[in-house]
Unconditional design. Structure first.
Length: 112
């Protein structure tokens, strides 16, 4: 028997905000995460861009997003496991968003 059968209502565990946007803001604004994970990943993106080395956003930014997801869940006491917080599409969306925004900043010369 499921718990919602006791109370005759479904349990809505959706977050009341856009997790993709919130995760992106979190990664940029958490000082320790930014210093230890985000900035080094963006610096690698910049280095690859300047040397014309192949850069695969999923492979390069994916581990950073996974680490951020774990930290995000624990820091904000999210009632989900890190592997349940994001769908594959949301994770991919975060990676694409960060890559596009940061490549734009790199092209403008923001990380010199």
């Amino acid at each position: 028997m499921k718990i919602n059968e006791f109370f005759d209502q479904t349990i809505d565990d959706k977050l009341p905000f856009d997790v993709v946007d919130d995760m992106c803001v979190f990664m940029r604004n958490d000082p320790m995460f930014y210093r230890k994970s985000f900035f080094p990943a963006i610096k690698r993106m910049q280095d690859c861009s300047s040397t014309k080395e192949k850069y695969v956003p999923e492979a390069e930014l994916g581990p950073m997003v996974d680490k951020a997801t774990s930290l995000y869940c624990s820091k904000f006491d999210i009632n989900k496991r890190p592997n349940e917080l994001l769908t594959k599409e949301e994770r991919s969306s975060i990676i694409k968003k960060i890559h596009a925004e940061e490549m734009n900043q790199i092209k403008k010369g923001e990380y010199k």
